[in-house]
Structure formats: C-alpha cells, structure tokens
Design a protein around this ligand. Structure first.
Ligand SMILES: [Zn+2]
Length: 241
C-alpha cells in the first residue's frame, strides 16, 4: 500500500494536504475530542463559544493565560512538520490547508498556509481592528484583565470559535484547492468537523485521488482511494525515503 501511495503522491502535479489535530499532537498539543482531549477538561460551550465570550470573556482569558499560551509557546514543529517542509521544498506541495490554530507549519518554514480555523498567535480589537501578537496580549493580561486595546475596545483571538462561521477567504481558497488538486492527502484529521470534512468530497467529485493517513478511522475512509492507519510523522518519513 505505501509503495502505491508513494507513487501516487510523487507523481502528482497538484498535491493538496489537509492537516488536523493529530498532526500537532506530537508537538505536545493535545487533540480536542475524546478521552484526555482538551474539551474533556474545558467545556467548549464556556471556553470557546462566541456567545459565551461576548457575555463573559474571563473564562477564555484565564484559559489562554494558564493553558493555551504556555502550551503554544513551548510547542515546536515535530518531524511531520519538518517532513512537509521537505515536500514543499521539492515543489510537491500545491496547497496546505490546516484545521490547526498553532501556527507550527509557518514556524517550520511553509510561508502560505490556509488556516481554516484561524490562528491563536494573533488577536484583534473588536472596535478598531488593531492587531496584537500572542505575546503582547499575554503581557497585557498580567495588569489589564480582560485585556483592552488603547482605544478601550475589547480584544478577541483570531481563532474561529463555536457559533462562528469560518473566514470566507480561507474557506474559498480551500475549496478551490480541493477542486484543482489531483491528489488530496489528509494527515492527522479525523474528518468530523465541517466544512473541513467536506473538502475530500469536493476533491473526489473533481476526480482527484484521496489518501487518508490517521491513527483512527474517519467517516470518509470508504470513499478514499487509500487509507493508512498511522501517525503522520511515520507516514511522511516513509514517503520521503
Ligand atoms: Zn482598538
């Protein structure tokens, strides 16, 4: 199976890769769902819901200060991120789409990444749209809680929260990539969150080959051309041999 998949990918002209939480798990960033997932500790309807955030943002900011910031600050690109950079340098990566908000693909060296769920590395003022880095906001929180802009507007993360739609440009760009690709490779996504989970369907409808690499089964496995139940890092290591 791996030899066939390798041939398919290495002969592709327009490879599109979609990465999910499983991809960053090896960087010490916990996945969201399932036992031990982030949502088993932090109820997303309190900590990651836009309506809750607008009513009382203190839960989010506490979570950001105590959990997310130290975790993201410490996280480094893992061997899968580095292998993907190698694929990019060889000119094999047409588009990279991610469900991850950690910015690790960019940190590893891929300049353009379609971030479907936004990024946790930047923030914006809800009044004047001024932008802030994660570090600036973390600094602010220490003596200004919840943090405010100099215009006195409230800040918010540039992530997509529950109850919000995806950034239009990222959605359009990812759908276009799925339409144009000849191979659509899913790495470390369980394909349960829409509309990301819909992208392999678009690729398939446009005659692309769909390859899924994930440690657990996904709802799209039956329609995929190849499914490998393994870690993304292990798969990419074999691919680049
Ligand atoms: Zn402002």
């Amino acid at each position: 199976m791996i030899a066939e998949v390798k041939k398919l990918i290495m002969n592709s002209k327009k490879l599109v890769v979609l990465t999910g939480a499983g991809f960053s798990a090896e960087s010490g960033i916990p996945t969201y769902r399932g036992t031990g997932g982030l949502w088993s500790k932090y109820d997303p309807s309190v900590y990651a819901d836009i309506n809750h955030f607008m009513r009382d943002s203190s839960y989010y900011w506490n979570f950001f200060r105590d959990e997310r910031y130290p975790m993201i600050k410490k996280a480094k690109p893992n061997s899968a991120h580095i292998a993907l950079v190698e694929l990019y340098k060889r000119g094999k990566l047409f588009r990279l789409i991610t469900q991850n908000i950690d910015g690790l693909h960019q940190l590893a060296g891929i300049p353009h990444v379609i971030e479907l769920h936004g990024t946790t590395r930047s923030f914006r003022c809800m009044r004047c749209d001024n932008r802030f880095s994660m570090e600036e906001v973390h600094e602010k929180i220490l003596d200004d809680f919840p943090p405010k802009c100099s215009c006195n507007g409230s800040l918010r993360p540039n992530t997509v929260m529950f109850g919000e739609s995806l950034p239009q440009h990222a959605l359009e760009e990812s759908m276009l990539a799925a339409k144009k690709c000849d191979v659509f490779l899913v790495l470390g996504s369980s394909l349960v969150v829409y509309p990301a989970a819909y992208l392999p369907c678009i690729a398939k409808e446009n005659n692309a080959h769909v390859v899924i690499v994930n440690i657990d089964p996904t709802p799209f496995d039956k329609q995929a051309d190849a499914v490998l139940y393994k870690k993304a890092s292990m798969f990419l290591e074999q691919l680049l041999l």
